[in-house]
Design a protein around this ligand. Sequence first.
Ligand code: GN1
Ligand code: MG
Length: 415
Amino acid sequence: MAPLRDRVARTSFGLAQGKTKVLAGKYRNDAGIIGAALLGLQEDDMDKKSIAEILIPKFDIEGVMEDAVPYGNGHINDTYLVTMRVNGGTKQYVLQRINKHVFKRPDKLMDNFYAVTEFIRDEIIKEGGDPERESIRVIKSSDGRNFYMTTDGDYWRVISYVTDSVSYDKVERPQQFYDSAVAFGKFQYMLRNFPAEELYETIKDFHNTPVRYQQLMDAAEKDNFERRAEVEKEIEFATARLDFIGTFERAHAEGKLPLKVTHNDTKLNNILFDKNTGKPICVIDLDTIMPGYSVNDFGDSIRFGATTALEDEADLSKVNFDIQLFEVYVKGFLEGARGGLTDCEIGFLPHAAMMMTLECGMRFLADYLNGDTYFKTSRPKQNLDRARNQFKLVSDMEKQFDEMKKIVAKYAAKN
Ligand code: GN1
Ligand code: MG
């Protein structure tokens, strides 16, 4: 190594000297093979040229592609904003690679997506709204399908882009959270007559919290990445709530809690707001529309929005449940649902907030134990931070549970 280091020092530019270490490779002759395998695993970002040449021509889109940039903060699919030059102006589209590890049948998922968006567009027209703005639309492939499959078996779709829109990862003003509640409540209302039996279940047991608990236990049992010792406290946290975890499945089995068509991923950032007026325009991310409990759509919004920090904030002293935002959301959701919720559903709203937060925490934790293969991560331990963050919120909610029930009762009486 000494002559090598000496040679590098003499022949490389001054800038690198002292900073650059020359070390023996750990993988020896296997380095190339390992590197190539990694490249294959990464499913790297598509470059602009391939998007323009391979993907765009497969869709029913006019013009010449000018740009394509990664877009949004989703944890599951890969999303790009594509700009086309057409007739002297530009038109934009959302291009997405559907995560085929998460969604087993992207083709069937897209059947759901198409059926639901077309149904919603009709509802919007009936109410005198603008379907191009208040809903998204599937752009068909050149051969009339809802997606295009590449030779590597990747599924791509193109969705209309709502201009002058923006989404938020954190509530900036209570009014915004209230508006999002009305929008999600209304979304459920608009789909009240959609034939639920026609929907394909894109992810089985998606919000079946007892199954999610079992998946966490399985991950802990296997402990493939030797991370269990680090999360023993978190596993105990979930286990201590085992009885609560079964609340909705029990109520459903007793015929008290009905299945409805639900969105299932009602984070604030799955709503587009108008950049200029600040008003919500439309609900996006329709991958998980399935029959489910309507209260979970409420609960998931609370989980993500009624908090003082982002979902992956690691400093738990900054993570607090915000009961004022909870109140704002209860008011909006009940208004948006237009009387469509049963007494049992209304009574379960506080439980649903806790359920979705606990469930999401367990999912993050299971993914951490499984080596971070489900949710996208951009740093080590991000899923563990997310899990702890969610569990902190659950503890906060437990302390304020009576208060939460009182708030729900107050607005239920008004609607
Ligand atoms: C995922 O794709 P995205 O980021 O909108 C996940 C949700 C989780 C959420 C946590 C299909 O949603 O269930 O609540 O991350 N979607 C899927 O932020 O698993
Ligand atoms: Mg999303």
